[in-house]
Design a protein around this ligand. Structure first.
Ligand code: PLP
Ligand code: COI
Length: 377
């Protein structure tokens, strides 16, 4: 039977849980080898917005396919934004989401750029709380596994006219997942895209919107043809300055040991400001490293690897966590980063981050948002 939830936001949710749950043995079977983003939990959150009523019809309901009119605006003009965050099984058996407030804030910024309504941060957090409460048993406990949460919002108005939608749908789904790269923390090889661009000044590069990913798929296919795992995007003007990867930010480590300096490309407006990137800048300082938001050209990257001053490079993001970059390829050249293995600074940062996420180290920055579930599974 539907109940009305009591969250902290002004939006009240109708709660209709599925009457028959997936049996525990079947759930464990699915959780044993989930892959990334392939399986989903039993519930989802949905909500509507229109100019007259604002956010309304908020509900936690059974996970189910959508039925969309072929004239639905998002299918034509891609007015949509999304987020990606994770909930982790804690050392004490509980469940906590990592920095959902930061993801809620970025969701608002993305929505603003795409002329979509801004979802209040408390409503975003209430949606996460409700879904975690209903589906907490789907949060995996295996190392490197977590519950990947995917909030999204799209133009659900049925029209072929090009204008900011008057009817918008919010959805939150959850996917128990293992590592994004099937090889886990094994270093990846990256492809420098020198002919395509991901984002240009004034464009949508800093927003988490599907079009940025769709526009990158051809370069991703080229990367795969050249035996690479991911694309590295360069600035669209000179194709010289390193920006980020298709779904993660990049960090460069200069020097070694206590003298190491961690540099990540500055947020110029064409990169996505990663929550992981931000967390690692903080953890890097905590660990005593010099950290910097700066810039690096392709030539400097190659030269630094050649003379040994650039000792480690890694990708970072919610899905990727920290994944070392072993080698770089482009149409014109290729080189390896140090000996191609995971670097010491990358692995120290990774452990510091993962330990906080899983409740194995003190959460000194207040990044964990505990879910309202009993600690027993
Ligand atoms: N850059 C892009 C293009 C991404 O898709 C992501 C993933 O969300 C990131 C960077 C890293 O962001 P975050 O650490 O918030 O996941
Ligand atoms: C994430 O890390 O959450 C992303 O959205 C990246 C995507 C490649 C899965």
């Amino acid at each position: 039977m539907a109940q009305v939830s009591s969250g902290t936001s002004a939006t009240k949710f109708q709660v209709s849980r599925v009457p028959r749950r997936v049996p525990a043995a079947e759930r464990e079977r699915r959780l044993a080898n989930p892959g990334f983003g392939r399986i989903f939990t039993e519930h989802m959150v949905r909500m509507r917005w229109d100019a007259g009523r604002g956010w309304h019809d908020a509900q936690l309901t059974a996970y189910a396919p959508l039925s969309l009119d072929p004239g639905t605006s998002v299918l034509h003009y891609a007015q949509a934004v999304f987020e990606g965050l994770k909930a982790f099984r804690q050392a004490d058996g509980g469940v906590a989401a990592f920095r959902p407030d930061a993801h809620a804030a970025r969701f608002r910024r993305s929505a603003r750029r795409l002329a979509l309504p801004e979802l209040p941060e408390e409503t975003f957090l209430d949606a996460i709380d409700l879904l975690l409460e209903a589906d907490h048993e789907w949060v995996p406990s295996a190392p490197e596994h977590s519950l990947y949460l995917r909030p999204m919002m799209f133009a659900s108005e049925v029209t072929l006219a090009v204008h900011p939608a008057d009817d918008v749908t919010f959805l939150l789904i959850a996917s128990p997942s293992g590592p994004y790269f099937p090889s886990g923390v094994k270093p990846v090889t990256v492809w420098l895209s020198e002919d395509f661009s991901r984002a240009a000044p004034g464009g949508t590069g800093a927003a988490k919107t599907g079009g940025n990913y769709a526009g990158g798929l051809l370069a991703q296919a080229q990367a795969a043809e050249h035996g690479c795992d991911q694309v590295v995007w360069l600035d669209s003007n000179e194709h010289r300055w390193v920006e980020e990867m298709g779904g993660m930010n990049l960090c460069f480590v200069f020097g070694r040991g206590g003298d190491a300096r961690v540099m990540t490309p500055a947020l110029t407006g064409t990169l996505l400001g990663g929550i992981t990137r931000d967390s690692l800048l903080t953890l890097g300082r905590d660990l005593g490293y010099e950290t910097e938001e700066g810039r690096i050209s392709v030539d400097e990257w190659r030269a630094g690897c050649g003379d040994g001053s650039l000792t480690e490079v890694f990708a970072c993001g919610t899905a990727a966590v920290i994944t070392p970059v072993a080698a770089v390829r482009s149409e014109r050249s290729s080189w390896t980063v140090a000996d191609g293995g995971p670097g010491e600074v990358s692995m120290r940062l990774r452990k510091a981050l993962v330990d906080i996420q899983r409740g194995a180290a003190p959460d000194t920055h207040g990044w964990l948002h505990p879910a309202h579930v009993s600690s027993a599974r």
